[in-house]
Design a protein around this ligand. Structure first.
Ligand SMILES: [Zn+2]
Length: 133
């Protein structure tokens, strides 16, 4: 595994395990129901411990994005240009991921979860819903 890829810990390992199965697992607070990301031991809204992981569809809307043209990390040199999207998931929670496929988000573009492989590991990605096959 690359030193630059995520190193799962006790809180995030179930998320990464899900990704390998093609599932997007998002923590949901057992007390207030808020979904959030990244996985942490307690709810960022109410502080309740022990969130439950929910498998979600991964659909949502882009609220920001950036296209990388010059990477400072040689590991991604072959990937440029690439786009990172910040997504508001339909069920709640926000997360970042690589935009997969052609096209750029316009307005609050709708996206769907589309994990992609970098070396040995699957990473979170999203595809514009208008370009889904
Ligand atoms: Zn909560």
């Amino acid at each position: 595994m690359s030193a630059r890829l995520p190193a799962p810990d006790a809180d995030s390992a179930p998320f990464w395990d899900g990704l390998e199965k093609g599932e997007l697992r998002i923590p949901e607070c057992r007390a207030c129901g808020r979904q959030f990301f990244p996985p942490i031991p307690s709810c960022p809204r109410c502080g309740a411990a022990g969130p439950e992981l929910r498998v979600v569809s991964g659909t949502g809307r882009v609220y920001s994005w950036v296209t990388i043209h010059l990477t400072l990390d040689p590991e991604f040199a072959d990937d440029v240009p690439y786009t990172i999207v910040a997504v508001e998931l339909d069920g709640g929670g926000r997360m970042l991921g690589r935009l997969i496929g052609d096209g750029l988000p316009a307005g609050e573009a709708e996206v769907a979860f589309a994990p992609y492989r970098s070396g040995d590991q699957l990473l979170p990605g999203f595809r514009l819903r208008s370009t889904e096959a």
